[in-house]
Design a protein around this ligand. Sequence first.
Ligand code: PLP
Length: 397
Amino acid sequence: MKELIEDSEKYLMNTYKRYPVVLRKGRGCRVYDVRGKEYLDFVGGIAVNVLGHCHPRVVVALQKQAQRLIHVSNLYHIEPQIGLARLLVESSFADKVFFCNSGAEANEAAIKLARKYSRDHFGEGRYEIITALNSFHGRTMATITATGQKRFQEGFEPLLPGFRHVPFDDIEALSDSLDGRTCAVMLEPVQGEAGVRIPSGDYLKEVRRLCSEREVLLILDEVQTGIGRTGRLFAYEHYDIEPDIMTLAKGLGGGVPIGAMLAGDRVAASFVPGTHASTFGGNPLAAKAALATVETVLEDGIILEECRRKGGYFLGKLHTLKEEFSGIIADIRGMGLMIGLELTRDCSSIVNACLERGVLINCTAGNTIRFTPPLIVTEQEIDTVVDILEDIFGRLS
Ligand SMILES: Cc1ncc(COP(=O)(O)O)c(C=O)c1O
C-alpha cells in the first residue's frame, strides 16, 4: 500500500487531500483496501453508491452492455439512453432530458438552458441567475461562480458575469434580489456541502410561488439529493412543488459517471440541434448502468420506504448520542439517508479515528460529519457506526 500511495502522490495532481488508504474492492456497504482490511462505507462515493458497491443488477447490466455496445455518438439514437430518459420523465415533473457526465456539467447545461430560454422569450439583458450563499454547484467556471462560497472561487477570477448570491432559506432576501435582469433562481433543495442544511417550513414553496409570479425559472440542483437519497426519488417531492429545470448526477449511475438535466417541454424547446452537446453524454454503457440503478431504486418503492425508515432510525440513534455528548454534538440534521452531525469542533480527527476503526465517514463545512451511506444500509450497520462514534466521543470527553 505504501508504494501505491507514493506513486499516487508522484503521478496525480495534488487536488485531493487523500486518506492513506488504497481501496480495491467493494460489496454492499463494505469496501476493502489492498491489504484486505474491511471498512463500512458511510461516504458511499459522497452520495453516489445508492445501491452499495457492485450491486448485481448494475454489474450484470454493465457486463451485458459492454459486450453489446460501449460507445456511439449522439448523432445516432441510443437504446439504453431512450429507456433511461423515458423512466426519468415518467417518474418526474419533466418532459425532456439532456444527458452529460457529471453534476457540474448538468448545472452548466441548466444555466445555459435558462439563459437561452430567457433570451428566446424575453429578449436581451435578462440573464442573471440568483443562487444561495453556502451553496455548492460544481467546479467548472460557471458552477464555481454559481457556488456561493468564496473559497471555491479564489484564484480563478475573473468569474462569469450574471450571478448573484442571497442567504439560503430567506425568502425576503430572495424576493428583494429579483429584478428585470433575473432569468432563474438555482437552489439545492437541501444544501449538502454546506453541512446538510434543510430549508425551513414553506421556504421552497414560497420560492416556487415567487418564481412563477415573476416568470423566473426555478432550477433545482438535485445532484446530491436526487435518486432516493432523501427518501423520495427527488427531494422536491417532499415540498409539494415542481421545478422548471432539475439537475442530477451522483446517484444516477449507481457509481458509473452520468449526469442529467431535465425540463418541461416549453423550457426544453429552447435547446435545438447545435445549442448544446456532450460527446459521452448518456453513452450506452453509462445509460444502461443508470437504467438498472433507477429501476432498482423504484422497484416496489421498497428502497425509498426503507431509506425513510432507516434515516429515521439513524437520526434517533444520533439524538440519543447527543444526550450523552452534548459538549461535542452541536446539531443533527437529516432527510432520509443524507444526515449531518454538526460538532462543536473540527471533525477531521474523528474521521481519522473512524478510518482506523474501519469506518468511512466524510467531514464537510469543517465541523459537520456528513453520512451518505448506500440506501441499502442495514440497521446493524448503522448500529456499528454509532457504537464506534460513541466510543471515539467517549475518549474525547
Ligand atoms: C449539489 C451539488 N451540485 C453539483 C455538484 C458537482 O457535481 P460533480 O462533482 O459531479 O461535478 C455536487 C458535488 O458534490 C453537489 O453536491
